[in-house]
Ligand binder design. Sequence first.
Ligand code: SF4
Length: 400
Amino acid sequence: MKLNHLDYYRLPWNLTDNSISWLEPTSKCNLYCDGCYRKNENAHKSLQVIEEELNVFTRLRKCDGVSIAGGDPLTHPEVVEIVRMVKAKGLKPILNTNGLALTKELLLELKKAGVYGFTFHVDSKQSRPGWKDKTEIELNELRYQLASMLAEAGNISCAFNSTVYEDTMQFVPELVKWGQKHIDIVQVMVFILYRAVNNTKVDFYLGPKKIDMGEFVYNEEPVERTDIKAEEIYELIKNEYPDFDSCAYLNGSEKPDSFKWLLSGRLGTKNKIYGYMGKKSMEIIQTFHHLLFDRYLAYSTPKMTRKGKSMLLLGFFDKGLRKTFFNFIKNPLNLFKRLHYQSVMIIQPVDFLEDGRQSMCDGCPDITVWNGQLVWSCRMEEQLKYGHNIRSFPKDLIKS
Ligand code: SF4
C-alpha cells in the first residue's frame, strides 16, 4: 500500500524544537535483546555528566519530554535522582526500560521523584528470564502486569514498544487489538521496525578509509528483512481494523515521501474503537501546545487520555473526529461512557537507499548528546568508535 505523505500532517518537530530528547545515563543492560544498537557495557554515567548532558539539551533544543534510556536506565543506581533532575528542569521524565528491574517500591520512589511515563520494551527476542520462547501474544500477560503496576500507582503514562522482525510482523494486529482491550491503562503502542547494517548492498567509509562494520553491534548478516516499511505494518493493521488511519508523520531526511514516524490516534473503549484522529486535530493540538507552553507535546497522562469526549469537539475542524463523533453518538447511552484516546506509532529507522545514502528520521526526536553535540542515538556506536558517523556508498563503487 502506498500512502501519500501529503495527505497527513507533518509533525513540526525539528533539530532545535522537538517533542522529546534522548538521555542515556548508562549503557548497561540486564537483557540481551536482538537488534540492540548499543554495546552492553557496565558503564554508568555520573550525575555530573548527566547534568551536563541535560544542559546541552536545554541550551540547544526545546523539548517537552526526555526519554531516559540506555542500556536499561533502571540498572543505574541513581535512577531516582536522574528522574528528579529531569523534572527539576521542567521536562517530563519518561523511562524507556525493559521493566525487568521495576518493583512496586522503586515505582513509588520514581513517582515521588516526578516520573511522567514509562515506555516498556517488551518483545519475543529478548531472552527474558521466565519468558524465554514466549510468543508476542503470550507476552501480553507480561505487558498487562507492567501496565497494571502503573495503573495502580496512578496517573503515569504507559507505552509499550516492540521491535518488529519479518517473522513477528504477523503479530502486530493482535498487539494492536490487545492495546484496545487495555485502552484504559495503555496510552501508546509503538512498533519499531528492525534494522541492521546491510553489508551486501553498501560499503562503509570514514573519509577515504573503508570500514569493517563487523565491529559494530548493529552489524549482522541480514538473515531477516531489514527493510520492512511502515506502510506494510499500516496495511497489516488495516486488515484487522479496516477504518485504521494515521494522522501525522515524520519523513525521511533523504526520502521525503517515506514515513519514518507514522502516528495514528484512535478513540474508543475496551470493546470498540469509534474512530481515528485526522490530520487537523493533530495540527491543532501541536500548535496550541506550542503557543501555550512553547514546546511541542510529547506523551499525555491517563487523566488526559481518558477525556476522549472533550477531544471530539475538535470534530468541528477535523473530518476524522467528526466521523468518530457520529459513530459514538449513534448509541446515546455512550454519552455516559468514558472515551479513551490511544496512540499507535510505527517507527521506521535508517533506510539504505540505492545510491548508498542513509535516510534518517527528519527531525529526529530520539537525538542524544555525545561530546557536547546532538547525535542520532541509533547510530551512536559510530560516534563512540570514530567520533563521526560513517558514510555508505553502493557496494564496490569506490575501488581501493
Ligand atoms: S534517526 Fe535514529 S535516533 Fe533518530 S528517531 Fe530515527 S531511529 Fe531514532
